[in-house]
Design a protein around this ligand. Structure first.
Ligand code: NAP
Length: 258
């Protein structure tokens, strides 16, 4: 089994560029897909307190037998848990049966604001060793700047909706300038899988359109976390390292942004 390439994080460590998403795999339905993903070779799993599945993700991780140091596990703080951050991370760790998570994110801005006090609680959790890296999700560049101004600490990751139609050079530049890894979510859902440009590129490589979309993220050094409940799709979504897109193909896909 070949290992998935990683991107370095400013907090240290490295994040596998393709991970497994678990939103809507609620409760016990998360168990088998996460087992399948780990069996197939995924080493990066994305969950959240809000997905109500940490306990079952944790069981799948434990039963997989994969060594902890080979795994990258992300969970997220719901904005309505502001003020009880310490209890929330303790609960996540208990459900996940882990001593630490690799990445803890503020899931959404808190009451529509950047919320430096909440960010300070993530920094404290990192200082306690409960989380290795900290970041945000669904944050604008301006909100990230506000966190940096308030604390001097830059998020390692921003997890945001991303797909060919969302391609945004300014967003990429802000992340690169601040050494923030962008993590795209809902990349398949947000795409037109019948788009003629994507279909033609997929056919020319003998791969599927979802594989082209996932590979396009990889070409941009954007972490991508496709979710599927089906083993064959889970396998196909990780099978994107046997081909590469040309720079011309990447440019054509970038141009699908409206
Ligand atoms: N931070 C946030 O606010 C946020 C928000 C949304 C999502 N996320 C994270 O990002 C992950 C991915 O996003 P997502 O789950 O919204 O969407 P996604 O991964 O883009 O798409 C999932 C959908 O695509 C289908 N699918 C998966 N692989 C496929 C394939 N090879 N061919 C055809 N269809 C395929 C799945 O169906 P089947 O399951 O039936 O195969 C499912 O309906 C989430 O699971 C979650 O971990 C984070």
């Amino acid at each position: 089994m070949t290992s998935t390439p990683t991107l370095p994080l400013r907090d240290g460590g490295a994040i596998p560029v393709v991970g497994f998403g678990t939103w809507l795999l609620e409760g016990a339905t998360a168990y088998q897909p996460v087992r399948d993903a780990l069996d197939i070779g995924y080493r990066h799993i994305d969950t959240a307190t809000g997905y109500s599945n940490e306990e079952h993700v944790g069981r799948a991780i434990a039963d997989s037998g994969v060594a902890r140091e080979d795994l990258f596990i992300t969970t997220k703080l719901p904005p309505d848990h502001a003020g009880r951050e310490a209890q929330t991370i303790e609960e996540s760790l208990r459900f996940l049966k882990l001593d630490y998570v690799d990445l803890w994110l503020i899931h959404w801005p808190v009451d529509g604001a950047a919320a430096p006090p909440v960010w300070k609680q993530l920094i404290a959790a990192r200082d306690r060793g409960q989380v290795r890296a900290i970041g945000v999700s669904n944050y604008s560049a301006a909100f990230i700047d506000e966190l940096i101004d308030a604390t001097g600490v830059t998020p390692a990751v921003n997890q945001i909706p991303w797909s060919p139609r969302d391609h945004d050079e300014k967003r990429l530049a802000h992340a690169a300038d601040n050494r923030i890894v962008l993590e795209g979510y809902s990349g398949l859902k947000r795409s037109n899988l019948a788009d003629p440009t994507l279909v033609a590129i997929a056919e020319s490589h003998g791969v599927s359109v979802p594989q082209v979309i996932i590979r396009w993220h990889v070409e941009h050094d954007i972490v991508v976390i496709p979710k599927s409940a089906h083993r064959e799709r889970i396998a196909a979504n990780l099978d994107v390292f046997g081909f590469a897109l040309t720079s011309d193909e990447v440019t054509k896909i970038d141009a699908l942004a409206g």
